[in-house]
Design a protein around this ligand. Sequence first.
Ligand SMILES: *Cc1c(COP(=O)(O)O)cnc(C)c1O
Length: 393
Amino acid sequence: MMNTDFIPYGRQAISEDDIAAVVDVLRSDFLTQGPCVETFEQAVAKKVGAHFAVAANSATSALHLACLALRVTEGDRVWTSPNTFIASANCARYCGAEVDFVDIDPRTYNLCADKLAEKLALAKLNNTLPKVVIPVHFAGQSCDMQAIHQLSQKYGFRIIEDASHAIGATYQQTSVGNCRYSDICVFSFHPVKIITSGEGGMALTNQPQLAKQMRTQAHQGTTKCADELTQAPGDWYYEQHTLGFNYRMTEMQAALGLSQLAKLDDFIAQRHQQFALYAELLRALPITLPYQSNDGRSSLHLYPILLPKSHISARKAVFDALRSANIGTQVHYIPVHTQPYYQALGFAWGDFPIAEDYYHSTLSLPMFVGLTPAQQGYVVAVLQQALAEQGIR
Ligand SMILES: *Cc1c(COP(=O)(O)O)cnc(C)c1O
């Protein structure tokens, strides 16, 4: 098959206006702690309909800030999805909490609300209820937040949405990030995500106290708020009240993020066009295409396909065939509980079988702003041939 330039599974889309925005900052007075970060925070909050936004140098940091603001600490339990990037679980470990997982829905690959209900009922009996649950909007499709929120009311846990994949997505007609069904929602601006700031993340909330705590923790645990100081000797004065971190976003990052935010709707629209074209091109192949719930509109961060159950042993060969044809397919995700670090904490293969079955049969096809119809055609042609070579037709 015709060779091609490398096609990654995801990448950033940077245009001249993004470059100009960053250059403007470089010529300005502030490279950090200037006006751009606040402007970016307010723009994201407005875009998704949340009251407060706190920028951070990554979504991982923002998830940590969210756990800290909800007072997650040693002896607490935090539950998340096994089908996610490790950061969704690690944030709770940073606080010394115990992590556990809830298996996924076999259609959406999101944390399953029914499984959550079962696990909560059991945990209540055993007195092991979680303090926080972190649903992850996998591939940009919202979890069943209304159901999860109802369970939080019944069992008394807090909710952090890991929406690293899902800026620009909607759920029940409103934007993911408005925290209608959660305490805090976190976005990532890593270059493979929907919009980028290089590295970067943001935590959204409607609760002023949580916003304040996250901001303080991102700035070394310090405050300059008059109503929080124990004394006021002068304008130079600040106080450290807790052991915080330096999780600040730079002005260059914020300027890039802000410039990208203006294109969010166009980016999502392009991804939906690519989704429609894949659906057409892949129609005849015996693979499972990503299911789209009618509860909302995904931001389509990823395009995961599943090989037929009878042929999951062919996954490596298909993966390798795509890679050798310069197609940067990837696997999202290795179930977090099977990582050696989590196995050392007591987890094992077999603990969350649906996430594991999904993992063994999935591949993500390229999907990013700038991927052309011709490239999609090439990806599908290579895939079709690779499947045929494995007897999948
Ligand atoms: C990318 C990602 C993160 C971490 O984002 P960073 O900005 O790279 O720290 C967390 N959770 C999920 C689900 C992600 O995909």
